[in-house]
Design a protein around this ligand. Structure first.
Ligand SMILES: [Fe+2]
Length: 191
């Protein structure tokens, strides 16, 4: 499903910036912002809340799976779950630790969790997010809620989910990718 291969660690940040340059202008499917705008807004919300460098990095990269996949942007409308959260997390874990990769891996599960525990949350989702929710398995069962709560990165994934939902504001001014590169560098796994 991915058209990319692993690359040397000392080139990964440059590679990620290039990925946004090449594919980030594509629309975030069904939303009024591009992939890059969505990522920058999520990261800026995380930064504004004083999140850690790994969690700001996770916010910036949470949808990188959409940039790595060869599936079309409108695959959800075709009834296909891109599983972008797993694709992104698995690709990133060569370079970043679980503080970055697990909130990314869990950010779809966090939507399913919140739909199960917060009766008003579903109504706040965008149409595109509601469509993908059905493909992703719908709200969690009570057993799934219990399992999710046990995950060490569950709280961070829920925070990321809130930034993700908020990061769909047309023409919202944010810092550039260059501003966030420091957080990525601080979050890289040690050599
Ligand atoms: Fe997102």
């Amino acid at each position: 499903m991915s058209e990319v291969h692993q690359i040397p660690r000392d080139q990964v940040i440059k590679y990620l910036v290039g990925l946004f340059d090449q594919r980030g202008d594509s629309l975030y499917a069904g939303e009024p912002v591009s992939q890059t705008e969505h990522a920058l807004q999520a990261a800026s919300f995380a930064e504004a809340e004083g999140a850690s460098s790994p969690l700001i990095t996770a916010a910036l990269l949470h949808d990188v799976g959409h940039l790595l996949t060869t599936l079309p942007e409108d695959c959800a409308e075709q009834g296909i779950d891109s599983e972008h959260e797993s694709l992104g997390a698995e690709w990133l874990e060569t370079y970043f630790g679980p503080e970055v990769t697990e909130p990314i891996r869990l950010h779809v599960a966090a939507k399913r969790y919140r739909c199960a525990v917060d009766s008003e949350y579903h109504a706040t989702l965008s149409d595109a997010s509601r469509l993908s929710l059905q493909l992703q398995g719908g709200p969690f069962t009570s057993d799934e809620v219990t399992q999710f709560d046990k995950h060490p990165q569950a709280r961070d994934a829920l925070r990321l989910r809130l930034w993700d939902e908020a990061a769909k504001i047309p023409n919202h001014v944010t810092p550039t990718l260059t501003h966030f590169q420091t957080y990525l560098e601080e979050s890289l796994r040690p050599c």
